[in-house]
Ligand binder design. Structure first.
Ligand SMILES: [Zn+2]
Length: 329
């Protein structure tokens, strides 16, 4: 038995569950709205509250060994300090989240990037099972990633390996929130896909995208484009084709670095399934000629939101096992 709490700190929702890190089974999932605009202190309060709820509701408190938290940014995995969270409002500058939570919940806590957590979950219990080398990309508000190389979860300096959203896909391209330009995220993330849809509707093109939101441009998001494409709308499909082309360029670059057996795609936009995978694979085949592509498997993530929860729990097991909590500050 090896039970840990896994938490996903998302821009919209805060989710928590108990995971059996031996089997990947999830118990007692609880969630609440993140309400990130209220700032960091109320959000931290809600994380503490969720942990208390889980411990009480599960009756498993004595068996819980630690807490892993996937956050939408790049926490320093060694110090447990969040430098900043680009996709979460409220000033998260140099927040020692690990120490704050350990003081309040008296359990060991470990932080990790949210998509690195998904990578770990999918590798152990999802689409990545059995792969010695893999890359995982999650396409949502941003584009995150994670890598496993030769059977090792590869994290790089401070846990920053796998930032695929900031691979350059257009030299001298659009400026990105990271400070660079031409980053993948500017061309294939949820907001980038939504912006392409808004442009089409603004230009007066007849498309299911506009119909789905009663021509209210503010309501168009990536889900609208995916829905319209799944219903067969040619403009929505061409938007996904374009996003898939950019993703394919980035995936081609990843293949050239780690030559993985599997590339896994998760996140909300991956709900488009083959409509996104096909242009990615097509682009890879057009551009990559030095890797045996017939041996590379391209697959959708299997675990959905549970991937991040079980991955965060697996991360907690790695970092917290055998570690006693926790000084009384
Ligand atoms: Zn960038």
């Amino acid at each position: 038995m090896s039970y840990y709490i896994g938490i996903d700190l998302g821009g919209t929702n805060l989710r928590a569950a108990i995971a059996d890190t031996e089997t990947g089974q999830i118990f007692h999932q609880h969630q609440c709205a993140t309400l990130a605009a209220e700032g960091q202190a109320p959000v931290i309060g809600r994380i503490v509250e969720l942990i208390h709820e889980l411990r009480q509701a599960s009756g498993m408190d004595g068996t819980l060994k630690g807490v892993g938290i996937g956050v939408p940014g790049t926490p320093d995995i060694d110090s447990g300090v969040i430098q900043f969270l680009p996709n979460l409002p409220g000033k998260w500058l140099n927040v020692p989240l690990q120490a704050i939570l350990e003081d309040q919940v008296k359990l060991p806590v470990a932080l990790i990037n949210d998509v690195r957590a998904i990578t770990l979950g999918e590798w152990k219990f999802g689409a990545g099972r059995g792969a010695g080398t893999l890359a995982c990309l999650a396409i949502g508000t941003g584009i995150g990633g994670g890598v496993v190389v030769n059977g090792q979860f590869h994290l790089g300096l401070g846990g920053t390996a796998g930032e695929f959203g900031h691979h350059v896909v257009e030299v001298d391209g659009l400026p990105c929130g990271c400070g660079g330009k031409g980053c993948l995220e500017m061309y294939a993330s949820g907001p980038a896909i939504a912006a392409m849809g808004v442009k089409e509707v603004m230009h007066g093109h007849t498309t299911r995208i506009g119909e789905l939101v009663d021509h209210d441009l503010n309501r168009i998001d990536a889900g609208t484009i995916v829905q319209a494409a799944l219903e067969g709308d040619p403009i929505a499909k061409s938007i996904l084709q374009k996003a898939g082309m950019y993703l394919g360029i980035a995936v081609g670059n990843i293949l050239g670095v780690i030559s993985p057996q599997k590339v896994i795609f998760g996140g909300g936009v991956s709900r488009a399934g083959d409509l996104l995978l096909r242009p990615i694979i097509q682009t890879v085949h057009e551009r990559v000629h030095v890797i045996p592509l017939q041996k590379v498997e391209f697959a959708l993530a299997e675990l959905g939101i549970n991937g991040g929860l079980v991955g965060a729990a697996l991360w907690a097991k790695r970092r917290c096992e055998g570690r006693e909590v926790i000084s009384e500050l």
